[in-house]
Every structure is written in C-alpha cells, then in structure tokens.
Design a protein around this ligand. Structure first.
Ligand code: SAH
Ligand code: SF4
Length: 355
C-alpha cells in the first residue's frame, strides 16, 4: 500500500538531508574504507562495548573516511526515565529534531538478558483507537540507520555487554510493516554474524495486520518472528478499534498466517489488548480460539491489560473478566500468558509511547 500517491496512510520517507548514517551500513558498503578490513569497521561500529569515550575505536584513515562519507552520530539520548520495575524508557532525538522512544528492559537484576523495545516510525498511520502513538498520526519512517542506531545507543548507555543476551521487539512507536524495507535492512544488520549477531528467533516484529506486507516478509531472509495484534474477534469490532481491518479482514489475516509457513520451533505471537466492554467476554475468547483453528501448536497468546492514557477513552476490564477470558482460552487448548507490562509508571508500557 505504501508508495501509492494520495494514499492517506503513506508514510513520509526518512529524513534525507546530509550523509547517510554509518549504522545503516553492511560490511559490503564499507569495502572502500582505507587501511582496515570492511568486516573490522562494521564490527567496531556495531559493538559499542569496544568503543572509546569518543566513539568507535578505529585507525585514523578509516575513521576519517567514515566521517567524510557518513554520519557517525547516534540518536541522541535526551531523556531517560527509569521505572521502578527496572525498565528504562529513553527518548532519543534524531538528526532532524524528531523524537522517538525506546524501552530497555533487563530480565532482572541478576540476569544480564535484556529486551529492547524499538520504534520503527515517528508516530503511526494506523489510527488504532486504544493507542497513544496512533493518536499522533504519522510523521515519517525511520531509516535503517536510525533503527540500528536505537539499539547501539541503548546498549552503549545501559548495556548489556554480551550480545547473546539481547532480544529485540518491534513494539515501540510505529507500524514496522508500514516501513518494511528499512526495518528489514535493520534486521539484516542486527542479525549479521560480524556485528551484534542477534538470532532471528530473538527478533519479533509486531504488526496490526498489513496483509500484503506480511506476505512479503514471509519470503524474506533473514526472517524474524511475527507478532500479530489481534485485539478483537469480529470484523465489526476489529474495524472499530483498528481501522486497518476495514482493508484486510480477520479471514484475510488468518489466510496470511497459513501462507507464512512456520519453521520448526517457530510460533506466532498473538497480542490481545483487553478493552473493557469491547472485546473482553468469554464469547470473544471462544471466537479467538475458533479463529486460531488448526494453529494449535504454533501460537502463543499474550493478553495485555489496556494501559490507560488521556488519548483514549478505553479502560482495562476488571481482573475477574481478564481471569475468565484467560480460563476460557486455556479450556479451549490455547497457549496463553498475561503480559507483565514494564515501565508503566514512566509511560513506557505498550501503547503509551507518545512524544
Ligand atoms: N504497530 C505494531 C507495533 C507497535 S504497538 C502493532 O500494532 O502491533 C505494540 C503493541 O502494543 C500492540 O500489540 C498493540 O496492540 C499494543 N497496544 C497499543 N496500545 C495499547 C494500550 N493502550 N495498552 C496496551 N497495549 C497497547
Ligand atoms: Fe500503530 Fe500499533 Fe498503535 Fe495501532 S497499535 S496505532 S498499529 S503503533
């Protein structure tokens, strides 16, 4: 759908002025770096724990060549909001002054594993009525360098120092499949064995359901895991809360999952935000299980409490409704967990990311 002139959902391209970001480069783009192997320059750029105070630790010719052709600046950390639960919401300023948010979530104090929640766009075009980012509208896509730059900036500021301990979720601002080319290039870079080498099993792209982009991503390699924000079980209700459903219905979405072709061990993550009085009855739970149908072993359902915020009138249901919903799904043989929202007290939880 992107690229069609006049489409109200078209996302403006990444900020194009000046030199491209050095963090959006693969080793093959660094072949002309003088005096250093391209793989070495790439590794230095991608692994911030090898840096000196002033940045990537490179011999002078390579450093000067990079600075001449590329922008070596990371998105600038302008705010840091540590939450009581250990997560930190970070506000990053991009070169053109736009701001995005990313969340750093360590597993716990003794465990160095970290999940980074990344943004893919400034704002979002999808207009889901429960989401704070949706209320902003779309400002622009992020470039691959800006997406990778979030990861490098977060690791540099907050750790970890072990690349194997990183999990990435594209669940911050924006619809990643509305910016698929840049998101995929960023995934290629982040998955590259010469850089952070993050396994595709630890990269999850969450979508509101852009069916043509799901179909494209299904064929791309490396291929991340897919999360689908379902959030309703009838087309009527889903179209009400997620306008994207007016274009691609629940049946089209289900067919796209069938066509994905799960690899051994791979699963779909289904996200379901419980909205009081809209999608939270046991009948909804039944319809959800029916919709899943044959996907018995290939899914995990994440129930999410609505994070309330001023841009939406939706409220979270009482705990008893959540429990009844959960029980019903379990009775129906679904794999289901309730998401522990991180960073709520600093507005860093799902759907609260707002400039
Ligand atoms: N645009 C993508 C990824 C970003 S949103 C998508 O929609 O999947 C990440 C998750 O946050 C989605 O599952 C979305 O349904 C959820 N979310 C949005 N607003 C929320 C809110 N107010 N409370 C809880 N979860 C919310
Ligand atoms: Fe965009 Fe996702 Fe929010 Fe919907 S839920 S408005 S797709 S960020």
């Amino acid at each position: 759908m992107s690229g069609t002139a006049g489409n109200p959902w078209d996302a403006p391209a990444p900020e194009g002025e000046g030199r491209p970001s050095a963090y959006g480069l693969l080793p093959e783009d660094l072949a002309e770096a003088p005096g250093s192997r391209p793989e070495h320059v790439f590794a230095r750029l991608q692994r911030p724990w090898t840096w000196r105070e002033e940045g990537p630790c490179l011999a002078r010719p390579a450093r000067e060549w990079l600075a001449e052709h590329f922008d070596c600046g990371l998105p600038e950390r302008v705010e840091s909001h540590p939450s009581e639960d250990g997560a930190t919401k970070v506000v990053l300023r991009l070169r053109d002054g736009e701001r995005i948010e990313a969340v750093h979530m360590p597993r716990d104090v003794r465990n160095p594993r970290v999940t980074l929640c990344l943004s893919s766009q400034v704002g979002c075009a999808m207009g889901c009525t429960f989401c704070a980012t949706g209320a902003m509208g779309i400002r622009r896509n992020l470039s691959a360098g800006e997406i990778v730059g979030q990861v490098v900036a977060l690791i540099r500021a907050l750790g970890p120092v072990q690349p194997h301990a990183i999990t990435l979720v594209f669940m911050g601002m924006g619809e990643p499949l509305h910016n698929l080319d840049n998101v995929h290039r960023a995934i290629r870079i982040l998955n590259h064995p010469g850089g952070l080498n993050i396994s595709t099993r630890r990269i999850t792209v969450s979508t509101s359901g852009l069916v043509p982009a799901i179909e494209r991503l299904a064929l791309m390699r490396p291929r991340p895991w897919l999360a689908l924000s379902l959030n309703a079980t009838t087309d009527e209700a889903r179209s009400r809360v997620m306008p994207v459903n007016r274009v691609w219905s629940l049946a089209r979405l289900r067919a796209a999952l069938d066509a994905w072709g799960l690899a051994p061990g791979e699963k779909f993550l289904l996200e379901y935000v419980l909205l009081a009085g809209e999608n939270d009855t046991p009948e909804d739970a039944d319809r959800l299980a029916d919709w899943l149908g044959e996907l018995r072993t290939g899914h995990n359902i994440n129930l999410i409490r609505m994070n309330e915020h001023p841009a939406s009138s939706f409220r979270q249901p009482p705990e008893a409704s959540l429990q009844a919903f959960l029980d019903r799904l379990k009775e129906r043989g679904c794999f289901v967990t309730v998401r522990k929202s991180r960073g709520r007290d600093v507005q860093g939880a799902c759907g609260q990311l707002l400039k």
